[in-house]
Design a protein around this ligand. Structure first.
Ligand code: LLP
Length: 417
């Protein structure tokens, strides 16, 4: 087998004792492949980069909720956040205890709040209306509140979740109203949180938001935690040597702020962070097969089974994922050319990589879409009645293990029966 344009996965021995062809042969195409070593490594980096004793890393499972990965995150000593009762259900199933889960909800029903209350899971509400509703169903209870610190960051307008122009968090100008509702229902405010957005590679906005949230925290006496959210970015353009986020510098800077603030607050509380992408993105590669190569009005298209039902990020956010090529014969790629890699869905917007300069690709090649472990399978769908791919984990000993089977036609029809 030839690895073409594949320095990234070769340098970290991503496929362990196997290779993309064997994997596809055994588990079908397309296929999500995860690497346990990398996943664990990222968990550990998140656990240690802030040199401060009371840090809780809450893995944001919306990035990848594969049960096996959740169990590994738990083994690594991480806690979790949840966005929905469905995520809570998975987290409990993976063995997390209720006190390890923070339900950061947005516009949920009273029934959904009750689902968490019944299981002793702390809820963070994100509007005055939801705080009021929480008070009505759980007077005297403990609650957390999500604030909007006024600073946002992220790779696309669609994922910036603080500042102006976003639905998230309570605007801090409503602090008097917050206090009034807390008093009215005898609620105990145990924590406050924020999430400024997803994917920053430079820490200044996060630091500014940390300071801003701590100034809100200072206004409440008995907090148990302050949660600064996730958003820690990864370099999606590794083939162009894009720099990594400087975690050790950011960690030092955060710790300095925390030490100062704790001295003035007079009580040691827990600080939480909520990384999703940082932990799972680089631990995943999406494999697909080239079924057709064609030229349409001078443009070259590589036709694969990687439709946007499998990975929607390129279509939804114009996101870049590096591409590798694997070939099961000796044919050389004698030149580079500009190609657009497309899927098998009946929409023109169905692409995975647009106008890329890549070594020549042929029918039968396998395409590796890098950094696909976050917001990949979780955002996949059955559009066009396509089957969602299987997920395979390359274990620490290098052997593959099926961690979620591929959909079947039976799965597609089950709700009609
Ligand atoms: N905490 C909260 C409250 C969040 O809403 C999110 C992500 C996170 C933590 C984790 O953010 P991360 O560390 O993964 O950046 N589908 C988009 C990303 C959406 C992020 C949604 N919220 C994408 O594919 O880029």
């Amino acid at each position: 087998m030839q690895y073409i344009n594949a320095e990234i996965t070769q340098s970290n021995r991503f496929y362990g004792n196997t290779n993309p062809y064997e994997l596809i042969e055994q588990y079908g195409s397309p296929l999500y492949v995860y690497n346990e070593k990398i996943f664990r490594q990222r968990c550990r980096e998140m656990k240690t980069f802030i040199p401060y004793p009371k840090i809780s890393v809450n893995y944001s499972v919306k990035a990848n909720n594969n049960l096996q990965l959740l169990k590994i995150a738990r083994e690594e000593g991480l806690n979790v956040d949840a966005m929905s009762p469905g995520e809570i259900y998975f987290e409990l199933e993976a063995g997390f205890k209720p006190e390890q889960i923070l339900f950061i909800c947005n516009n949920v029903s009273k029934e959904e709040m009750q689902f968490a209350i019944d299981r002793n899971i702390t809820i963070s509400v994100d509007s005055l209306s939801q705080l009021e509703q929480f008070g009505q169903i759980n007077p005297g209870g403990s609650v957390a509140i999500r604030f909007n610190p006024g600073v946002g960051a992220g790779h696309s307008q669609k994922v910036i979740t603080a500042g102006k122009g976003t639905k998230f968090g309570v605007d801090t100008s409503f602090l008097p109203e917050v206090k009034e509702i807390l008093k009215k229902y005898h609620l105990k405010l145990v924590g406050i949180n924020q999430h400024i957005g997803s994917l920053f590679l430079e820490g200044s906005a996060y630091l500014e938001a940390v300071k801003s949230l701590l100034s809100v925290a200072s206004q409440f006496e008995n907090l148990e935690f302050v949660d600064f959210g996730g958003g820690f970015g990864i370099p999606y353009k590794k083939q162009e040597n894009q720099d990594r986020l400087d975690l050790s510098k950011l960690g030092e800077e955060i710790a300095a702020i925390l030490h100062d603030w704790t001295a003035s607050y007079g009580k040691k509380i827990t600080f939480k962070i909520e990384p999703g992408r940082y932990i799972s993105a680089e631990a995943g590669v999406l494999l697909g097969t080239v079924h057709a190569v064609k030229i349409n009005h001078q443009d070259k298209y590589i036709g694969t089974d990687l439709g946007f039902n499998v990975l929607i990020r390129p279509v939804m956010y114009d996101s870049h994922h590096d591409i590798e090529i694997y070939r099961n014969n000796d044919t050389p790629s004698s030149r580079k050319e500009i190609v657009t890699i497309v899927g098998n869905i009946c929409e023109t917007g169905d692409y995975i990589a647009k106008e890329r300069l890549l070594p020549e690709i042929f029918e039968g090649d396998i395409i590796g879409v890098l950094d696909a472990g976050a917001y990949g399978i979780v955002m996949s769908s059955n559009y066009n009645n396509r089957l969602r791919p299987a997920e395979v984990l390359i274990k620490e000993n290098g052997d593959p293990m099926l961690v979620r089977r591929r959909d079947t036609f039976e799965d597609l029809i089950r709700f009609y029966k």
